[in-house]
Design a protein around this ligand. Structure first.
Ligand code: ADP
Ligand code: MG
Length: 443
């Protein structure tokens, strides 16, 4: 990977081979190369490698300087395009240097060299290459095709679509309970084998409800799952339904599901699911009720097996959900506040890149009962910033202990404020579930 010469030659060669071999399609091009060739969500032949596209695709600052010393390369001074003057020599040079593992990540070249190199397998390479429909450019194009400008603006408040490449959180960054791990493993397998499940008529799968207090990782796990599976992530914030033009709301909900089906396979994440119950119970505007009913109807109709949409709902307030809401999900995944062992594990994960003298995560876990993963992150942030005020980038165990204390103080203040200021929050918060730490660190 650290051979810039090889990287630039690979890029030029890939573009050249792809242009010639019409049996290759967009999905065969490695994702980093596709990004530079998209226009209107499509890649058209010929692919012309230039200094600029090579720079963007390989991350190498001066790609021409890197390959200009090779006998078989040329640059057009007018348009900056990069070419091979002697193709045979270029291919020989490349094959001599590239290793099989690396080639295996490039389906275009794997196909091209499959007969010459026994170690590489095109079928496998193509299967493991991320499909282009999960690329940002393709998603954007689909959305503009689907919504006119006004509509798109309205939808933006309600729905957020992320390409898997844009998700930073990985499942390795999140400490899971054994139950959560089991559920995630199950759903990954179900998605892999969805054709089989369809063939045996098993359809009651693919609707998960994540239940637990704020800051326990519900949103993070849903996103990380999208990244792991290479699927677009469509996120709906139900509370935004009320801020929409009321008359349009039901239509927008309908459209959200259409978008998800168009982007499929994808994950549709419906956050704040308790909102459904709240509106059904109270006497809200008729348009909102209509929207919520549309939502429930669409949830009933969408399916992992038929539509390739994995539905994940999340709620901080399970006590507010009625039977009608519960029965729409076929798995409930519990997100409890972390116990001592989990807190210690989370502290280890979060501090992975930090220098901490005498670090004792067990001891910090001991004094952070009741704190969520999100709280622990805030504690660490506090400790880091405090140390920075003293020009220190190495923390000490004592810094962490101090940060825990000041977190607890602020927390107490905040709760007192709630008691005096907002009685609703107390009632709605469901005291025993959220304990003393009802923060909304969602983002
Ligand atoms: N179990 C956990 N392991 C690691 N990080 C966690 C965990 N739980 C929460 N966090 C962190 O806390 C922050 C908030 O989590 P989030 O997923 O938004 O919680 P929720 O959606 O349940 O409110 C994120 O940065 C997340 O990484
Ligand atoms: Mg969340």
């Amino acid at each position: 990977m650290n051979d810039p010469e090889l990287a630039v030659v690979e890029f030029v060669l890939t573009a050249t081979v792809y242009t010639e071999d019409k049996s290759l399609d967009t999905d065969d091009v490695p994702p980093a190369y596709r990004t530079v060739f998209y226009s209107d969500g499509r890649i058209e032949r010929p692919l012309t490698p230039t200094v600029d596209t090579a720079r963007e695709a390989t991350g190498i600052d001066r790609p021409w300087d890197v390959i200009s010393g090779l006998m078989f390369t040329d640059k057009d001074d007018f348009d900056g395009s990069l070419t091979f003057t002697d193709r045979g020599m270029a291919e020989e040079w490349f094959i001599d240097r590239v290793d099989a593992d690396r080639l295996q990540e490039n389906p275009v070249l794997t196909k091209h060299f499959e007969d010459e190199l026994e170690e590489v397998d095109y079928e496998l390479a193509a299967e493991q290459n991320r499909p282009s429909r999960a690329d940002r450019a393709v998603i954007d194009n689909l959305l503009t095709e689907y919504f006119d400008e006004d509509e798109e603006e309205e939808m933006l408040d309600l729905v957020d679509v992320r390409a898997p490449e844009e998700i930073e959180m990985t499942l390795d960054d999140i400490v899971l309970t054994p139950e959560q791990e089991g559920e995630i493993h199950k759903i990954v397998k179900a998605i892999e084998h969805r054709d089989y499940l369809a063939s045996i008529g098993l359809r009651e799968i693919g609707k998960l409800l994540f239940v637990g207090p704020p800051g326990t990782g519900k949103t993070s796990v849903a996103r990380a799952l999208a990244r792991k599976l290479g699927l677009p992530f469509v996120e709906v914030k139900l509370s935004m339904i009320t801020s929409q033009y009321l008359g349009e709301t039901a239509k927008n909900v309908e459209k959200t599901f259409e978008v998800a089906k168009r982007l499929s396979p994808c994950i549709l994440f419906i956050d704040e699911f308790d909102f459904v119950a709240k509106t059904r119970a109270s006497d809200e505007h008729a348009a909102i009720k209509r929207a919520v009913n549309t939502l429930l109807k669409n949830i009933d109709e969408v399916s992992l097996i038929n539509d390739e949409v994995l539905l994940i709902g999340a709620t901080n307030h399970p006590d507010q959900l009625d039977a009608a809401a519960w029965r729409r999900f076929d798995e409930i995944v519990n997100f409890p506040k972390p116990d001592r062992q989990m807190r210690s594990d989370i502290l280890q994960v979060v501090t992975h890149e930090m220098d901490i003298l005498d670090f004792d995560p067990e001891a910090v876990a001991e004094i952070t009962e009741g704190l969520t993963g999100s709280d622990l992150r805030l504690v660490l942030r506090e400790a880091v910033l405090d140390a920075l005020t003293e020009e220190r980038t190495t923390l000490t165990q004592q810094d962490l202990v101090d940060a825990v204390e000041s977190f607890e103080e602020r927390d107490t203040l905040k709760n007192m404020d709630m008691i005096e200021g907002d009685h609703d929050a107390l009632v709605a918060g469901g005291g025993d579930i959220d304990g003393g730490h009802d923060h909304s660190h969602d983002h």
